[in-house]
Design a protein around this ligand. Structure first.
Ligand SMILES: [Zn+2]
Length: 311
């Protein structure tokens, strides 16, 4: 992986920016180094495909397999793509470029960072969905990469609950949570149970970023009556706009095959590159798929209505 040389904007007040910057680049990469072979391939693993097939609704007659381009029809019949951009909250590179994208996407904001509240508020004012991008312990990597407010498996039940609630209270307008890193926590039934319970109590849903293909988050969510939402494709595990644009074509295929696709990109050291790739992908895909916020997808795909009332 390329390593960005340009360093972080540091402030005296916050120790975290540098650490988060590293974490952002590792958000997807840590699991890749985890020995389980978790890489781009994993995002299309048989397990995931089976799960996706299980969850996908029957294809509409006009959207069968093999049809790569759908005619522009009413939006109800079009395949949908929900792009989630992770790692907002720390004034990362690419923030402006992402906010300038010409379609709806979802803004995942890390708690307790210098621009957490600002980014969440801005997203909400722009009509975009907000998720809390909750730092969660990975199987590998240093705890300080996680940033403030992280959920760790060594915490007691009460401590996990307190962390999740504090993060939710810190990021305004959030309609759900997705995980920053978290390959260890998303495999831990006790800790995931508490996170999902808090989601349920507050009328929120959990999006599994899928940094661990053995994640139990989706199954547990389903058992608890929450929508089993998960990321299908990481856009920027290679940080070039060309790779991101290529990934956007995979997103299109996936969306046309199963009627919807959830995909994740990042602001961060290479955030501008990612934004450029997404922008060119949008231009390419916009006639065949519809770009929606994650709330719209969750509502239509799983008939799940948030009980959160936003101002
Ligand atoms: Zn992240």
């Amino acid at each position: 992986m390329k390593k960005g040389k340009r360093m972080v904007k540091r402030t005296k007040k916050y120790f975290y920016p540098a650490a988060i910057f590293i974490a952002a680049t590792l958000c997807t990469a840590v699991p890749a180094a985890g020995g389980a072979g978790l890489s781009e391939n994993v995002h299309h693993s048989a397990g995931q495909k089976a799960a996706a097939a299980l969850l996908a609704e029957p294809a509409a007659p006009n959207g069968g397999r093999g049809s790569r381009v759908q005619p522009a029809e009413d939006s109800a019949s079009r395949s949908r793509v929900a792009i989630i951009i992770d790692d907002f909250g720390n004034g990362m590179k690419g923030t402006e470029e992402m906010f300038a994208l010409p379609v709806k996407f979802t803004v995942a904001v890390m708690p307790f960072l210098p621009t957490s509240v600002k980014d969440a508020t801005r997203a909400h004012e722009q009509g975009l969905d907000v998720l809390v991008h909750l730092p969660m312990e990975p199987r590998q990597g240093k705890p300080e990469w996680l940033g403030p407010g992280a959920v760790l498996t060594r915490m007691s039940d009460a401590e996990v609950r307190k962390s999740v609630e504090a993060a939710l209270d810190n990021v305004p307008f959030a309609i759900g949570i997705n995980n920053h890193m978290g390959s260890k926590v998303t495999g831990d039934e006790r800790v995931m149970g508490i996170i999902l319970t808090v989601c349920k109590e507050r009328g929120l849903f959990f999006v599994d970023s899928h940094t661990n293909y053995r994640s139990i988050a989706g199954k547990m969510a389903q058992k608890m009556g929450l929508p089993p939402v998960e990321n299908h494709i990481f856009l920027d595990d290679v940080h070039t706009s060309g790779h991101v644009a290529k990934q956007m074509r995979l997103v299109q295929e996936r969306a046309l095959d199963q009627k919807y696709c959830v995909t994740i990109g990042h602001v961060g050291i290479q955030g501008k590159e990612t934004a450029a790739g997404i922008r060119s992908g949008i231009a390419e895909l916009k006639d065949s798929v519809e770009f929606v916020g994650i709330s719209e997808l969750v509502k239509d795909q799983w008939k799940w209505n948030s009980s959160v009332t936003l101002p």
